[in-house]
Design a protein around this ligand. Structure first.
Ligand SMILES: [Zn+2]
Ligand SMILES: [Zn+2]
Length: 177
């Protein structure tokens, strides 16, 4: 996901280039495991100060379930729209003063744009706070650790009477549906 934008940086504002993205594998982050290939599309458009880079990628992450702790594959569709500013002048090759805005990515001294960091940040933003392998995952028994998706365990639930009554009410409620 590296693009040479030397020609684009010399082009008039509004000029754009588009590319299909296809990567066999991608290392995004120590904590984010990308499985298999990644596909997408990117458009790089010349702006006054640099480039507006937008597009999307489809990728599959390996996540672990917060309830049953199993690893599972989560397909994701990530869209991004980011500003890239040059670090050297494309004509003179002289270094430009550093930009002090945070949400801006650098075009490096060789006029290369690397999308990896922008994609990584957008993947992190898109990750849910709680990841579950499926909506109705039953999780593990808090007493014996048995995976309740495989069936009930022998443990007796530790509930006090108030909760038992509530549980009966809930059970009756669901049976009558
Ligand atoms: Zn689960
Ligand atoms: Zn148990």
């Amino acid at each position: 996901m590296i693009y040479n934008v030397a020609q684009l940086m010399k082009a008039p504002v509004g000029t754009s280039l588009e590319y299909d993205i296809s990567e066999d594998e991608l290392q995004l982050d120590e904590d984010i495991q990308v499985i298999g290939p990644l596909f997408g599309h990117v458009r790089l458009r010349r702006t006054n100060q640099g480039l507006l880079v937008d597009g999307w990628v489809d990728l599959t992450l390996e996540l672990s379930c917060n309830r049953c702790l199993k690893e599972f594959e989560q397909p994701m569709h990530i869209t991004f729209s980011e500003q890239f500013y040059p670090t050297v002048d494309v004509v003179s090759g002289l270094p430009l003063p550093p930009f002090d805005k945070e949400e801006i990515f650098p075009i490096d001294a060789h006029h290369l744009v690397d999308l990896t960091e922008a994609v990584r940040q957008n993947v992190l933003l898109a990750l849910p706070m709680v990841t579950v392998c499926r909506e109705d995952c039953q999780g593990l028994c808090p007493q014996c650790g048995h995976d309740l998706n495989l069936g009930p365990c022998e443990c007796k639930p530790e509930v006090d009477t108030r909760f038992s009554i509530l549980e009966k009410l809930l059970q009756n409620g669901s049976e009558s549906q």
